[in-house]
Design a protein around this ligand. Sequence first.
Ligand code: ADP
Ligand code: ASP
Ligand code: MG
Length: 423
Amino acid sequence: MALIVQKFGGSSVEDAEGVKRVAKRIVDTRRAGNDVVCVVSAMGDTTDELLDLATEVVPTLPTGGREMDMLLTAGERISMALLAMAIKSLGADALSFTGSQAGMLTDARHGAAKIVSVTPGRVAEAVERGQIAIVQGFAGFNKVTGDITTLGRGGSDTTAVALAAALNADVCEIYTDVDGVFTADPRIVPLARKIDLVTSEEMLELASAGAKVLHIRSVEYARRHGVTLHVRSSFTSATGTTVVQNREETDVEEAIITGVASDLSEAKITVAGVPDVPGKAASIFKVVAKAQGNVDMIVQNVSTIETGRTDISFTLPKADARQVIEALESEKAELAFESIRHDDQIGKIALVGGGMRTNVGVSATLFEALSNAGINLEMISTSEIRISVVTRADQVADAVKVIHSAFGLDNEEAAVVHAGTGR
Ligand code: ADP
Ligand code: ASP
Ligand code: MG
């Protein structure tokens, strides 16, 4: 008998029909002779709607506070209870658990809590009794403060992987509104193709570059704990994408390019007129770090001979920009820069592929495709298996499409997006 952890995202449980459909699927897995633990996200766009509601009540409410976590976890509380009811109505036995009841212990950082330990005793007991355990995704509990936390947007994937690791499950299945991990977001590139196998290294790069099909921390967690991840659709029975630890585990040849991801959630800050002397960048980024700015890409211009000054630009999550700018402005005299520019109309595109290590000419093809499409590059950064570029936000979708074509990734048929709003 296998133990399967199944996670259902919001788009799979968009409405009452969705809850019933998912319940049937879970019961089928159980009746096929498996032990089943399910993790469920909030229905449809509930989390965004709750966030909107909070902004209506208090326009400046910071995300990541205690009350915000109390509010947002209400979404998963609804879906977990409804799912347990729907399963019972099909004649199987189910029991729902909140994050804290399921032993999802985290640190105290609201809005972005990290899992410190998982003690799913009650979940294991339920499974032992033959029940289907339904666990609230996204939610955690801090023992010191006694408060409810959340794992960050998209965090239900991480709940599922952490439970799968703690329960020593055979597989962790992530059910969503597309058939698996594609070579690009099928909402942007309809001709994106499904990838059968992806390494966790490639998946980490894709997720960190904006492919929200998997929460980045779920991929890290699965890698560290050796959890097998299978991303698939809850709307069909088609096989999805398996995330493997190493290419050696398979006999599938490594592709040069795995996929293209994009991200519109970052802003660019330029600190202009910085004296080009040793230690300046260090002082600037010390201030940025103190203000909790999560810096991604950095570019420093060549300084002009006349002034001996340079510009330093960096990208960071839009939500971090305000506090970082305030912190830099407050140290202006000490840092001796001339001005700060803030640009929130940028987008990032990343090309990812394990085979880039051993292939020359990838960047040339990339830059040529973008230049043929008249798309200007503002920043470039590379790692062993990724090239990232920054462009204007309104050019990102076109850029992703032309890059996808230029690397011959286009499929003959359009991918199916089964549900969801893409929000
Ligand atoms: P869920 O509600 O199931 O958690 P998400 O909305 O978080 O679903 O993630 C699924 C979505 O991720 C897809 O609908 C798709 O638009 C988006 N996505 C982005 N990049 C990719 C990719 N490379 N492959 C598949 N889906 C992707
Ligand atoms: N409901 C949460 C969100 O929308 C968590 C999740 O869906 O994984 O971010
Ligand atoms: Mg998700």
